[in-house]
Design a protein around this ligand. Structure first.
Ligand SMILES: *[C@@H]1O[C@H](CO)[C@@H](O)[C@H](O)[C@H]1NC(C)=O
Ligand SMILES: *[C@@H]1O[C@H](CO)[C@@H](O)[C@H](O)[C@H]1NC(C)=O
Ligand SMILES: *[C@@H]1O[C@H](CO)[C@@H](O)[C@H](O)[C@H]1NC(C)=O
Length: 132
């Protein structure tokens, strides 16, 4: 880092800061309740209130019946739901997915909450490195 001129450090710092910004802005989520398919799930959407910073997708599977719920969620609620989600050996149960980087995330496009939790920590770490 010593080789970098001060201006480069500032630019690098600003770049990282910009990366952190999107999580502050409201996100938009598809909203649906008990839809059998993802396609039906994207008929309506909502810009989430600021405190609801994640989109949650809950897929309930019971035999041949699939029910998908999507809505805005707080990250705490979403992680809690995700940690309790489970599918048994017959493929029945529920799958929960949380995402906050992509507007209108769906299950296949979504990343896991674990990845999102790691990102801000990593960014902070890099920011501290740059600040030295
Ligand atoms: C669902 O979203 C996809 C991709 O954005 C779009 O192509 C499709 O038309 C949407 N379906 C409905 C029913 O809105
Ligand atoms: C979200 O909803 C608005 C209003 O119904 C609609 O105009 C817009 O196309 C929707 N966006 C997506 C990505 O489905
Ligand atoms: C999720 O979204 C991606 C990109 O819009 C699309 O290609 C994919 O088919 C979607 N997955 C489902 C299950 O709808």
């Amino acid at each position: 880092m010593d080789a970098l001129p001060a201006s480069a450090k500032i630019l690098l710092g600003l770049g990282l800061f910009t990366l952190l910004l999107p999580s502050v802005e409201p996100i938009s989520c598809f909203v649906c309740s008990s839809s059998p398919t993802n396609v039906q799930c994207n008929r309506s959407n909502q810009t989430c209130p600021a405190i609801l910073d994640m989109c949650i997708t809950i897929i309930d599977i019971a035999g041949s019946t699939t029910s998908i719920v999507k809505q805005c969620s707080s990250s705490a609620t979403c992680s809690a739901a995700m940690s309790q989600a489970a599918v048994d050996e017959n493929g029945n149960g529920n799958i929960v997915n949380c995402c906050n980087t992509i507007d209108f995330c769906n299950l296949s496009g979504a990343e896991t909450a674990a990845i999102h939790k790691a990102l801000p920590v990593l960014s902070l770490f890099l920011l501290l490195l740059v600040a030295q």
